[in-house]
Design a protein. Structure first.
Lengths: 266, 360
């Protein structure tokens, strides 16, 4: 197996005072896969994921992206490298339009003097781009790209957030509980979106508590327990109850040869 | 070999019934859309209409009450000249209120800077252009102080500016004493300070340069708020600072910049105030701060941040002057003026709340 991982974390440690949130944990994400990260509350799964996107600064350990060591000071650094995050709480500005939200913090300026000197936004280009990206993902059910986000349903908003991430992610996307606040139908839509994004070759880190969703879309499942990567399993070889048992400590982690530390060979 | 799990296309077992699920979306009785509901929708889409309507009602009302005297050219010219100071402060105030803050210190900041400009130029012999620049920069510095307290010390803007208001006000008297700087002295050494008081005569209309500058300030602010990325960020930070931060904007930096710009615009108002008044007085414009907040609120900028149009504020500032001038032409005493403005504020905010509750 010589595939180079997109993200490789080794021996990552993060302490908050006396609490060790991440305890010499490893982390691997490979090209083109959906890696689910599961773990009990307080296991440190969001800490480990935050440490690979710059929101948390690890005290020890090494993180490599495509083989190069990185030190992110903030999520903005990660974003500049093409790492996008879809947050549970959405991170959309309700009063701004869909197009404005897609380009929040990376607006396009008009070419020439109007853009360079007068810093005028190229609204048309941004609207066209946003419309294009939403239709690519089959999301153009919204009436207008200039609609305020607050007029959209929860699922539509999540769709905008996913489309934004997919549009700008060059390396990978992190999704933090993307279906947690959604109904059955809307969750289905978002899961389809996740698979759609993966089929475009963008790897995804999916943090979720929802076992059926995890088992449905994940290629590998990273089980986090007590601040460590406890096991990485293939959802086809283990059941949901196995995963929950490993995650909660009810059963031992499977022996290393039964785990799926690297991607399955197709 | 076990059968492959029936997964990908249809989702999970319990979701199979989704195909047959009712496709109707919940519908609510809205066949009988009342006039009030339609009005609410209209106002939601066109927030600047409210101040325009209030302005027209105000002008018509005062014209009737004063037998048309209110509409005299002289009176209209006075209103246009007076609006420049409160209008400029309201422009600065708009930026701060759009970020869900409030600036109680901007009036004191203005008086402090107009005294500084006057003293530097008249008593200390600093060249007038330099005195003006120091005044503008000093305004920016005062704004920066507010911004630091809000973003670094994490004080609420109300408390921050309540404190700096008293501090700036005290500084006026501690540094410059309670003496006004007389207009004659300014004319002799630094007529530049009174530049905005010059009058442009266009037939019957007498506009001060200050009124023209006010229009330019609003135009620039409109451009910045609607046509630049920074403007989008100001709205986004006021709307939901956390969401703005998560989507890659630097909320604290935007906030600090907003307070700095507000301070510089306050410094500009200080320069305009010398022209308007013809002198620099430590006790002038005591009402200007609250009037600027009144103008912003009547103009339809939400005190909760992130919503409203700058042109609404322009009309809001004119409304404040119209009520001011109109009520002083009637036989009512000055307390009635305050009462009317008080009622206006409450009605404006109540309207804002009602409009925001609109169901999409």
């Amino acid at each position: 197996m010589t595939v180079q991982p997109i993200v490789q974390g080794r021996g990552i440690v993060k302490r908050y005072g006396h609490v060790t949130a991440i305890d010499h944990s490893d982390f691997d994400l490979y090209p083109g896969e959906i890696l689910a990260v599961i773990g009990d509350n307080g296991a440190g799964k969001s800490s480990i994921v935050k440490s690979i996107c710059g929101a948390v600064h690890p005290d020890e350990g090494e993180i490599k992206i495509e083989g190069k060591p990185v030190h992110f000071n903030s999520p903005l650094d990660a974003r500049d490298m093409g790492i996008e995050i879809v947050y549970q709480q959405l991170a959309l500005s309700p009063a701004l339009s869909i197009a404005d939200n897609m380009f929040a913090g990376r607006e396009l300026l008009k070419p020439g003097v109007m853009g360079k000197v007068f810093r005028q936004l190229d609204k048309k280009a941004m609207e066209d781009f946003a419309r294009q990206k939403l239709s690519d993902l089959g999301l153009m059910t919204v009436q207008s790209i200039n609609q305020a986000v607050e007029t959209l349903s929860g699922g539509q908003r999540q769709g905008v957030a996913v489309a934004r991430a997919a549009a700008f992610a060059k390396k990978f996307i992190i999704m933090d509980e993307p279906t947690a606040a959604l109904g059955v139908k809307e969750s289905r839509r978002v899961l389809e979106l996740i698979q759609e994004v993966r089929s475009r070759g963008i790897p995804i880190v999916l943090i979720s508590h929802n076992m059926p969703h995890v088992f449905e879309v994940a290629d590998r499942i990273h089980i986090h327990r007590l601040g460590k990567r406890h096991a990485v399993i293939d959802p086809a070889k283990f059941s949901m109850s196995d995963a929950v048992a490993i995650m909660t400590g009810a059963s031992e982690a499977p022996p290393i040869e039964d785990q799926q530390l690297t991607p399955k060979v197709a | 070999m076990a059968e492959p799990a029936p997964q990908r296309p249809g989702g999970q077992d319990f979701e199979q019934t989704l195909n047959q699920s009712d496709t109707n979306v919940a519908r609510f009785e809205n066949t009988d859309r009342t006039f009030l509901k339609s009005l609410q929708h209209f106002l939601h889409g066109n927030p600047t209409i409210v101040p325009v309507v209030i302005l027209i009602l105000g002008i018509v009302g005062f014209a009737v009450v004063t037998d048309g005297k209110f509409l005299s050219l002289y009176n209209m010219n006075v209103i246009l000249q007076r609006v420049s100071i409160v209008g400029t402060l309201a422009a600065a105030q708009t930026l701060v209120i759009l970020t869900a803050g409030i600036d109680l210190s901007i009036g004191a900041l203005m008086v402090l800077m107009s005294m500084a400009m006057g003293h530097l130029a008249v008593s200390m012999g600093v060249p007038a252009p330099l005195a003006v620049l120091i005044g503008l920069g000093g305004g920016g510095l005062c704004g920066f102080l507010n911004g630091l307290l809000v973003t670094k010390v994490k004080l609420p803007p109300f408390i921050t500016t309540l404190g700096t208001w008293r501090i700036f006000y005290a500084l006026i008297f501690m540094v410059f004493g309670s003496q006004s700087i007389r207009g004659g002295d300014i004319d002799k050494v630094a007529p530049l300070l009174k530049f905005w008081g010059n009058v442009l005569v266009l037939g019957p209309v007498r506009l001060t340069y200050g009124s023209i500058l006010l229009f330019v300030i609003f135009f620039v602010l409109w451009y910045v708020l609607t046509q630049t990325a920074w403007g989008r960020h100001v709205y986004a930070v006021g709307d939901d600072a956390e969401a703005a931060e998560l989507s890659g904007m630097q909320s604290d930096r935007v906030l600090r910049q907003v307070y700095i710009v507000a301070g510089v615009v306050g410094g500009l108002a200080a320069w305009m105030a010398i022209g308007r008044l013809g002198s620099a007085s430590p006790t002038s414009f005591a009402e200007a701060n609250l009037e600027s907040i009144t103008a912003v609120v009547i103009g339809g900028i939400s005190l909760f941040g992130g919503r409203g149009s700058i042109w609404g504020v322009f009309f809001g500032a004119i409304i404040v002057q119209v009520f001011d001038a109109g009520l002083s032409m009637t036989s009512l005493d000055t307390q009635a003026k305050y009462m009317a403005l008080g009622v206006l504020i409450i009605v404006a905010v109540a309207m804002d709340q009602w409009i925001r509750k609109v169901s999409a």
